[in-house]
Design a protein around this ligand. Structure first.
Ligand SMILES: Cc1cc2nc3c(=O)[nH]c(=O)nc-3n(C[C@H](O)[C@H](O)[C@H](O)COP(=O)(O)OP(=O)(O)OC[C@H]3O[C@@H](n4cnc5c(N)ncnc54)[C@H](O)[C@@H]3O)c2cc1C
Length: 411
C-alpha cells in the first residue's frame, strides 16, 4: 500500500482517487476550494459522449475559426491579447492539424470514451451514486445541409471503430426526442445522427457523491481549502508544501498525481516538464424547470446542435445548455453576450420552456493542442499527471484515471 496525494478534486482527481483506493492505496485528495468540483467540473454540458469524442484538429475548424474571429456571437471567440502561451498553443493546434493526426486521435478518444462510460455505469451501480444519469443516447441535429453532409461522410470510418452513428430523417429526430414537437423551427431541421449508447449526467453531483464515498467507505482523506504550492523530492519521498488558510503545512507521500485542471500547466513549468495546456473558456446556463409545462417541454435526450456547437442535457428538474470556445486566458468572467445565444437557442427550439430562472456559468477547459489527455510521469520521479482532457473531461476521465493508476502500480 502506498501513500498517494491527488492534487485537485475535479473529475480528473475524483476518478484518480477512486481508481487508486480500489487498488488498495492510501489516498489524500487536496483541493484549494471549499468544496470538491467547484472549478471546471461544476456546470458543464453533462455529456458522456463517445459520439462527440472527436478532436478539433481539422482544416475545416481552422478555416471556421478564422471566420468566427470576426463574428460577435460565433461559437469561437478569440481575444487578441498578447499572451505567449496562447500563440504557442495555437501553433501546436495548427501543427497537429497539418500532421493529420485528427483521425487517429479521434479513434483513440472514442475508445477511451467507450471504456470510461462502462466504468461510470459500474461505479453508479456498485456505489449507489445518484447523478441524474440518463442512458438515452445523444442526438445530433442539423439545420445546415453542408454540416450534415460532412458528418454523414464520417459515419463509415467511425463504424469501423464500433461507433454506432445512426443517420436519421427529420421525422426520426422527432420520434427520438418528441420535445421538438409543436415548434416552427423544427421544420428547418434536416435530419440527425443518433448514438444510442451515449449518456448524460451531472458531473458536479457525481464528484461530490463519489468524494463522500471515498472518505466514508474507502477512508480517503479530503483536504479542502488547501493549496499545493511546491512539490520537492527528499530522498525516497515527495514532499508537498501546502497553504491551508494562513498556515503552511508539509506532508510527504510515495506518489503524487497532479489533476489540477488548467493549473496543471504551472505545476509542469515548475517541475521542468514540457506541457502545453491552455484554458479554453466555455459557458453554460442551467435552467430551473419550475412549472409542469417547462418540465414536459424540455428534452430528455442529450442534444448536440452541431452547426452552432451547442450541447444540452436534462439533469432531473434542470436543463443545462452549454457551448462556446473562447481563448481569453485564465478568466472566468461571465459575459452576457455569450450567455444570450444559449438562452436564445432554448427559445428557438423549446419555446415552451421558461427561461425566467437560470444560472449562468463560465468554466475553463484544460486543453492540449492535440486534444489528447496527459497521463504520463513527470521528470520528478513518482509524480504523475492526469490532466488536459479539454472538452471531454467528463467523458474520458474514468478510463484515463485507470491508466494513471496502472502506471503508478507498474512503477
Ligand atoms: C462549457 C463547458 C462544457 C463542457 N461540456 C462537457 C461535456 O458535455 N462532456 C465532457 O466530457 N466534458 C465537458 N466539458 C469539459 C469538462 O468539464 C472538463 O474537461 C473537466 O471538468 C476538467 O476536469 P479537471 O478535473 O481536469 O479540472 P477541474 O474540474 O478544473 O479541477 C481541477 C481542481 O484542481 C484544483 N486545484 C488547482 N490548482 C490547485 C492547487 N495548487 N492546489 C490544490 N488544488 C488545486 C482546483 O481547485 C480544481 O478543483 C465542458 C467544459 C466546459 C467549460
Amino acid at each position: 500500500m502506498k501513500k498517494i496525494a491527488v492534487i485537485g478534486a475535479g473529475i480528473a482527481g475524483t476518478t484518480t482517487a477512486y481508481a487508486l483506493v480500489k487498488k488498495g492505496h492510501n489516498v489524500t485528495i487536496i483541493d484549494s476550494r471549499r468544496y470538491p468540483a467547484m472549478a471546471t467540473s461544476y456546470a458543464n454540458g453533462g455529456q458522456l459522449s463517445a459520439s462527440n469524442a472527436e478532436t478539433w484538429n481539422t482544416t475545416k475548424n481552422v478555416v471556421s475559426g478564422i471566420k468566427w474571429m470576426f463574428t460577435p456571437d460565433a461559437p469561437l471567440l478569440f481575444n487578441p491579447s498578447p499572451e505567449i502561451q496562447k500563440y504557442r498553443w495555437m501553433l501546436g493546434f495548427l501543427w497537429t492539424t497539418l500532421k493529420g493526426d485528427h483521425k487517429k486521435n479521434t479513434l483513440d478518444t472514442i475508445n477511451f470514451a467507450k471504456k470510461a462510460r462502462e466504468i461510470y455505469f459500474k461505479i453508479a451501480d456498485e456505489e449507489g451514486i445518484e447523478f441524474e444519469l440518463l442512458k438515452k443516447g445523444i442526438l445530433r441535429f442539423y439545420d445546415n445541409a453542408k454540416e450534415f453532409k460532412l458528418d454523414k461522410e464520417k459515419v463509415s470510418w467511425l463504424h469501423q471503430e464500433g461507433m454506432e452513428w445512426e443517420v436519421l430523417t427529420t421525422d426520426e429526430v422527432k420520434k427520438i426526442e418528441p420535445a421538438f414537437e409543436n415548434n416552427k423551427n423544427y421544420e428547418k431541421i434536416l435530419g440527425g445522427i443518433y448514438t444510442k449508447s451515449d449518456a448524460s449526467g451531472d458531473i458536479h453531483k457525481f464528484c461530490t457523491n463519489l468524494e463522500r464515498i471515498l472518505v466514508e467507505k474507502y477512508s480517503a482523506i479530503l483536504q479542502l481549502k488547501t493549496t499545493v504550492e511546491y512539490i520537492t523530492r527528499q530522498k525516497d519521498k515527495l514532499v508537498l508544501t501546502m497553504r491551508h488558510e494562513n498556515e503552511i503545512i508539509n506532508d510527504s507521500f510515495d506518489n503524487v498525481v497532479i489533476c489540477a485542471g488548467v493549473n496543471t500547466q504551472s505545476f509542469a513549468s515548475r517541475l521542468g516538464d514540457k506541457m502545453n495546456i491552455y484554458p479554453v473558456k466555455g459557458y453554460s446556463v442551467t435552467i430551473d424547470l419550475k412549472d409542469e409545462i417547462s418540465k414536459k417541454c424540455a428534452p430528455t435526450v442529450s442534444l448536440i446542435d452541431q452547426p452552432v456547437k451547442i450541447v444540452a442535457s436534462r439533469l432531473g428538474d434542470r436543463f443545462r445548455v452549454a457551448g462556446t470556445a473562447e481563448l481569453a486566458g485564465i478568466n472566468t468572467d461571465i459575459r452576457q453576450d455569450r450567455i444570450k445565444p444559449l438562452l436564445k437557442w432554448v427559445e428557438k427550439y423549446f419555446p415552451n420552456v421558461s427561461t425566467e430562472t437560470y444560472t449562468p456559468w463560465a468554466g475553463l477547459r484544460p486543453m492540449t493542442p492535440n486534444m489528447m489527455p496527459i497521463t504520463r510521469e513527470s521528470k520528478m520521479k513518482g509524480v504523475f499527471y492526469h490532466a488536459g482532457h479539454g472538452h471531454l473531461g467528463w467523458t474520458l476521465s474514468a478510463h484515463t484515471a485507470q491508466i494513471v493508476a496502472d502506471n503508478i502500480d507498474s512503477n
